[in-house]
Design a binder for this molecule. Structure first.
Ligand code: SAM
Length: 244
């Protein structure tokens, strides 16, 4: 999958060379073409912003550098995303839809945003990472890219891991423990050392339900309504937690 990223701060995307996205690049699963919008400014001082018509605070990215940058990545034939707090908030469904694309263009805003004509010309989808405002679209773009890349085949060692995690599975993850069995006088729950896979599964299930009910009642309600098939013991655990 190829990402064309249009930004005023290309150096921020060096972070994609680390960890999972870096491995996905080495494995040829994703590629990043980071384009500096400023390189396309056709004025003497390489200015990319100007005051908004009609007043208002701050500055806006001007159309000219953005039109030229978009054309340089042949955005006409690609799906274009503009990172924006006005946009649709990303969720699993939307990420899976994006993961099925071969190419995406991601436009990162700055200042108070971009001239609307750019968004209209390329029919850009506005996409938000949450109901808060950041200084620029770079960090939101990296959040989107990381979340999409995790869903691509071959990126995670166990593909089912991508959908078994908190939220995606419909429940939050149960507490996890690693070596040693006891640390600073605090032991790992006995059940996890029992080797009894059935007991361990039921413990994880119960803990997931408890944490989800406590922290995300919205997810818990949805799970109670829409859960898939449960066996007798799982059903009993769920019923007990609904009643408590
Ligand atoms: C300071 S913000 C501009 C906010 C804009 N004036 C508004 O009220 O919608 C600058 C840029 O950061 C990015 N940005 C900020 N918050 C974001 C969010 N929650 N999700 C995605 N992008 C965001 C956008 O690209 C935006 O153009």
């Amino acid at each position: 999958m190829r990402f064309d990223i249009l930004t005023l701060f290309p150096e921020m995307f060096e972070a994609l060379g680390a960890s999972m996205t870096g491995r996905a690049v080495k494995d040829g699963i994703v590629s990043f073409n980071v384009v500096n919008i400023r390189d396309f400014a056709d004025n003497k001082h390489k200015r990319t912003d100007d005051y908004p018509f009609g007043g208002g605070r701050g500055m806006l990215l001007m159309p000219q550098p953005l039109f030229d940058a978009m054309e340089s990545v042949k955005a006409d034939n690609k799906r274009v995303i503009y990172m924006s707090p006005r946009g649709r908030i990303i969720d699993r469904e939307y990420l899976e839809e994006l993961a099925s694309e071969e190419e995406l263009v991601i436009l990162c805003g700055h200042y108070e945003g971009v001239d609307q004509r750019v968004l209209d010309r390329w029919n850009a989808e506005e996409v938000s990472i949450g109901d808060y405002v950041l200084t620029g679209g770079e960090l939101p773009a990296m959040v989107l890219i990381d979340a999409v890349t995790r869903l691509l085949p071959g990126v995670l060692a166990t593909p089912e891991a991508a959908v078994e995690e908190s939220v995606y599975s419909g429940l939050l993850e149960a507490p996890q423990y690693t070596q040693p069995r006891e640390y600073d006088g605090i032991p790992v729950p006995e059940v996890l050392l029992s080797g009894d896979h059935r007991r361990i599964h039921l413990w994880h299930f119960e803990q997931s339900l408890l944490i989800t009910k406590q922290r995300r009642p919205d997810l818990f309600e949805a799970y109670v309504r829409d859960h898939g098939e449960l066996d007798k013991q799982e059903r009993r655990i769920l019923e007990t937690i609904i009643e408590t």
